[in-house]
Design a protein around this ligand. Structure first.
Ligand SMILES: C[S@@+](CC[C@H](N)C(=O)[O-])C[C@H]1O[C@@H](n2cnc3c(N)ncnc32)[C@H](O)[C@@H]1O
Length: 284
């Protein structure tokens, strides 16, 4: 029997709280590697000075921190996430950057505790695919957007275009049987196909819907750095990893490092990523 929405939400909360320390440990690295996605989201959401922006599933603060720098001191940004420990890390960063107009609150993005038409833009990076009721969340997003305001979202595209995520999953599968995922079950690749998310924006009443597969890579100096950083932050992959015995883990780690090493380009190991950028506007 598939888990209820409440059970999914609870496991998401536990999963991401568990890896919050890893996100903080690797924060600088991933900020340097993936900041381009934040810039893309802030641009797609047409964020400008003075705006009030909502960031969904903010985790340790991306892209909320960049949105706050963009709206400036006359604007305001609110980040919402299930996982208090991820948000605690985000709050520490906001404090060190002296961003007093950025606040974070715990909550489920499926049920937004905000008035209708109360935000000038909504951003969300790598969150929507983990929701048990995505359409409900998109309807909530449309409700809180002001007329003519934009939603900009980033979700993972297909596994084959994301060796960065697929390498360890494939290698774990060499040791244990993992049943093919229910295509409607929350997970890393739940919104990977063209139209998966874009097709949910239209019923929620959004217009000018755009979708683009945005290609990039994450660069590591050595494959060990790839293995450690991914295992420290990727809660769904950690969940699979813990199903391996210690001996299997030792062997799997070696195979992951060896496979990642095949992506060396000069001084770096460049692991491709493909991100589906989906945006839409609430009609005026
Ligand atoms: C992969 S992290 C992404 C964090 C951040 N946006 C980033 O890109 O670095 C996914 C985040 O979504 C949050 N999340 C998952 N389901 C959620 C829900 N129903 N409501 C709010 N946050 C949720 C998790 O707690 C986690 O912090």
């Amino acid at each position: 029997m598939s888990p209820s929405p409440e059970q999914v939400i609870e496991s998401q909360r536990q999963d991401w709280n568990r890896v919050a320390g890893g996100w903080e440990k690797w924060d600088r690295f991933f900020d340097e590697q993936m900041a381009f996605l934040n810039h893309r989201l802030v641009a797609d959401a047409r964020v400008r000075s003075g705006m009030r922006v909502l960031d969904l599933g903010s985790g340790t603060g991306y892209p909320a921190l960049l949105a706050t720098q963009t709206v400036g001191t006359n604007g305001q940004v609110i980040g919402i996430d299930l996982a208090l420990q991820m948000l605690d890390a985000a709050r520490r960063k906001a404090t060190s950057l002296k961003l007093s107009n950025l606040t974070f609150q715990t909550g489920d993005v499926t049920s937004l505790p905000f008035e209708q038409a109360s935000f000038d833009a909504v951003t969300t990076r790598f969150c929507l695919m983990f929701l048990p009721e995505i359409q409900k969340a998109v309807t909530e997003i449309a409700r809180v957007l002001k007329p003519n305001a934009w939603l900009a979202s980033a979700v993972w595209s297909a596994p084959d275009k994301n060796p960065y995520l697929k390498i360890p999953i494939d290698i774990i599968k060499q040791f244990i049987e993992i049943p093919p995922p229910d295509p409607t079950a929350p997970g890393i690749f739940r919104l990977a196909k063209p139209g998966d998310l874009a097709g949910m924006l239209q019923p929620a009443g959004l217009v000018d819907i755009s979708e683009q597969e945005f290609l990039g890579d994450v660069q590591f100096s050595v494959a060990e750095e790839y293995f450690s950083s991914l295992m420290d932050i990727a809660a769904p992959i950690q969940n699979l990893w813990t199903k391996l015995s210690p001996t299997q883990q030792t062997e799997a780690r070696e195979r992951i490092i060896q496979t990642a090493g095949q992506y060396r380009k000069g001084a770096v190991i460049a692991l491709p990523i493909a991100v589906r950028m989906v945006a839409g506007r609430k009609p005026g």
